[in-house]
Design a protein around this ligand. Structure first.
Ligand SMILES: Nc1ncnc2c1ncn2[C@@H]1O[C@H](COP(=O)(O)OP(=O)(O)O)[C@@H](O)[C@H]1O
Ligand SMILES: CC(C)(COP(=O)(O)O)[C@@H](O)C(=O)NCCC(=O)O
Ligand SMILES: [K+]
Length: 243
């Protein structure tokens, strides 16, 4: 790719789609939405597409986005055993979520040594990469909204209005607080345990809820909201170079 070419990275997670526009290596803008942003001033030469949605949903997204940018070269990114100096921990590498894979590649290239990536979105993921670019593996847990909706969907009496969710002191004294603060405690306990078990790893945070979780634990982190897009750019650029 030429240095100044325009690139659109599409990261379709299960909750939201993140569109990241690059001019060369510079991030111009990031949009969250369900369809291609209509910034007509931005015409990408390439589109790198990473989706953890179903094949059918991903195909519909592909058609929708390609229709908005008919002249862009399309590249669908998938998890592989090795790319950009990073080795996948999975013996079935294609089964690692491509968002996790790209976050792992992006985190390795921050060159912070041994790192653990916290990506708190629909699901909460923690992945471990050592300073040599070896992905050591990682965990998946339900995200905050998923834990709350699981309680609502599987019980008869856990019901409350959003205006009952208030932030106050002391132990939860209402259904709304018991649930919302309970799911937070679950996520915080998971992160705190990861932190304690891997003292030599540095935290890299990305994804919608990650910074809030680490901030409330007063844990140092490198906050990289565009980590998946940065990893996608590296991987896509390498694949195009190999063509
Ligand atoms: N602007 C936003 N739009 C949607 N969700 C957001 C936003 N900012 C933070 N969030 C939080 O991030 C979560 C979605 O994170 P994200 O990483 O986009 O999910 P995924 O990649 O799983 O689709 C939501 O549960 C929400 O709590
Ligand atoms: C775990 C995930 C659903 C997370 O996706 P997200 O929270 O971004 O919607 C995604 O990484 C995925 O579909 N993974 C496949 C299974 C695995 O990574 O082992
Ligand atoms: K994600």
């Amino acid at each position: 790719m030429s240095d100044e070419s325009n690139l659109l990275v599409v990261d379709a997670g299960n909750t939201s789609i993140k569109f990241t526009a690059f001019a060369g290596d510079q991030v111009l803008w990031v949009e969250r939405g369900e369809s291609a942003p209509l910034d007509k001033a931005f015409q990408p030469q390439q589109i790198y597409f990473a989706s953890v949605r179903s094949k059918e949903q991903s195909a519909l997204l592909h058609a929708d986005i390609q229709a908005a940018y008919p002249n862009a070269q399309w590249l669908t990114l998938t998890s592989v055993s090795q790319v950009c100096g990073v080795t996948n921990a999975y013996h079935e590498p294609e089964r690692l979520g491509v968002d996790r894979w790209l976050a792992v590649v992006g985190a390795y290239h921050l060159k912070l040594g041994d790192v653990m990536v916290l990506d708190a979105g629909t699901a909460i993921k923690v992945d471990f990469i050592n300073s040599k670019g070896v992905h050591l593996g990682g965990y998946i847990t339900p995200g905050l909204n998923m834990m709350e909706s699981a309680l609502l969907a599987n019980t008869a009496r856990i019901r409350y209005d959003s205006d009952e969710v208030v932030v106050t002191q002391g132990l939860p004294d209402s259904t709304a607080r018991a649930v919302t603060e309970g799911v937070h405690e679950m996520a915080l306990a998971f992160v705190e345990r990861m932190n304690r078990q891997h003292p030599s790893f540095k935290w890299v945070a990305t994804g919608g809820d990650s910074r809030a979780l680490l901030d409330s634990l007063q844990i140092e982190m490198e906050y990289q909201p565009n980590l998946v897009a940065l990893g996608a750019k590296r991987v896509g650029d390498e694949l195009i170079k190999r063509q």
